[in-house]
Design a binder for this molecule. Structure first.
Ligand SMILES: NC(=O)c1ccc[n+]([C@@H]2O[C@H](COP(=O)([O-])OP(=O)(O)OC[C@H]3O[C@@H](n4cnc5c(N)ncnc54)[C@H](O)[C@@H]3O)[C@@H](O)[C@H]2O)c1
Length: 336
């Protein structure tokens, strides 16, 4: 194919390897030319499997190569901000996994470099690229069911993480609810105030990290719409992902996807399939769609569908929720 976009992937762990496989198998508009990971053996094994010839341990080598106009960053969260900064300063267009960083000063340094270089930055909020959620958004945005009044998002993981994971990832609000904060903004618009409550009910070890395993966050949007997000780290029946926007003239909602649609009846009841196990099974198409969208926006010089501002605001919402939980009061975003 003509005019394929040369791209390199930095970070080839759990998420990076998904992007690498998608780029090779499902995104012909891109030409994956190199992989980078400080664990060279991990990147090398993936490159061997997929026939990628160039593998490096130091991402600066890729940034110095003028034949690579774009990079996808899927390294550990604490490295995102400085790799984004360095990539922008090298003139590369950037796709970066969420979150951009766990603190706002680091995000601001990265975003300033992106702004100054005039490169594109897309943040990995993949759920915006889920066809069902996007359909809900389109219905709401069309105005055909009136104005939004109540947003509800239920987002529950199958099993709790370790305390080490909780510490490194920034905890419930910055690691997990961050997706729901972004979805709330995607579906309804800007949030003005949050009120968060959290409990440790199923994973007592998370208390050691001052984290929670169960939370409810209520939202007040700038236009007066109200919202509620509920999260749990332990839904024993699978990855529970549902949302609805209740409007003045109707409702739009997306239910869980079942693994299949078979219903089996017997004397104890009617039995159907469980939801998919976790995010890799629930959202595989979103990871393809988001990177294809990034490649398209670089190739056709359009705006990314998820911007650096979106990446920053999701972290602001995470901080507001954390502050609200600790101070047991509603917190306005302007306080952060
Ligand atoms: N959007 C989603 O649904 C989703 C899902 C999972 C993870 N993530 C995000 O993806 C990122 C990676 O998560 P993961 O689960 O793949 O972690 P991981 O630990 O499996 O992979 C991270 C990789 O980055 C490499 N790395 C770290 N520092 C590096 C550096 N300076 N240069 C090159 N390589 C470096 C590590 O060696 C590792 O292989 C995280 O920020 C996480 O929040 C997003």
């Amino acid at each position: 194919m003509k005019d394929r976009l040369n791209i390199a992937v930095i970070g080839t762990g759990r998420m990076g390897s998904v992007h690498v496989r998608n780029l090779v198998r499902s995104i012909p508009e891109a030409n994956l030319v190199a992989l980078c990971d400080i664990r060279l053996d991990v990147a090398q094994a993936l490159a061997d499997e997929l026939g990628i010839s160039r593998v490096v341990a130091d991402y600066h080598e890729l940034l110095a190569d003028p034949s690579i106009p774009a990079v996808l960053i899927a390294t550990s969260t604490d490295t995102h901000w400085f790799i984004v900064r360095d990539a922008a300063q090298a003139g590369k267009h950037i796709f970066c996994e969420k979150p951009l960083a766990l603190d706002l000063p680091s995000i601001d340094i990265a975003l300033a470099a992106v702004e100054e270089a005039g490169v594109k930055l897309q943040v990995g909020f993949n759920r915006r690229f889920d066809p069902s959620f996007r359909h809900v958004r389109d219905i709401v945005a069309s105005g055909t069911i009136g104005r939004p009044c109540i947003l509800r998002i239920a987002s529950r993981d199958p099993e709790p993480p370790s305390v080490e994971y909780a510490r490194a990832s920034g905890g419930m609000y910055l690691d997990m609810t961050i997706h729901d904060f972004d979805m709330a903004r995607f579906l309804v618009g800007e949030v003005e105030e949050v009120y968060a409550m959290g409990s440790v009910l199923v994973a007592p070890w998370l208390a050691e990290a001052d984290d929670v395993d169960t939370d409810i966050v209520t939202l007040r949007f700038a236009d007066g719409t109200l919202g509620v997000i509920d999260n749990s780290r332990q839904a024993v029946y699978g990855y529970d992902q549902r949302l609805e926007v209740f409007c003045s003239a109707g409702i739009a909602k997306a239910d869980n996807k079942a693994v299949d649609t078979v219903v089996c009846g017997d004397t104890s009841g009617m039995h159907g399939a469980l939801p998919p196990r976790f995010f890799m099974q629930r959202y595989p198409d979103t990871y393809v769609n988001e990177v294809r969208s990034f490649v398209d926006c670089v190739s056709h010089d359009t705006l990314p569908q998820v911007t650096g501002k979106d990446g920053r605001l999701s972290v602001v919402l995470g901080y507001a929720a954390e502050k609200s939980r600790h101070e047991n009061r509603p917190v306005r975003l302007s306080e952060i």
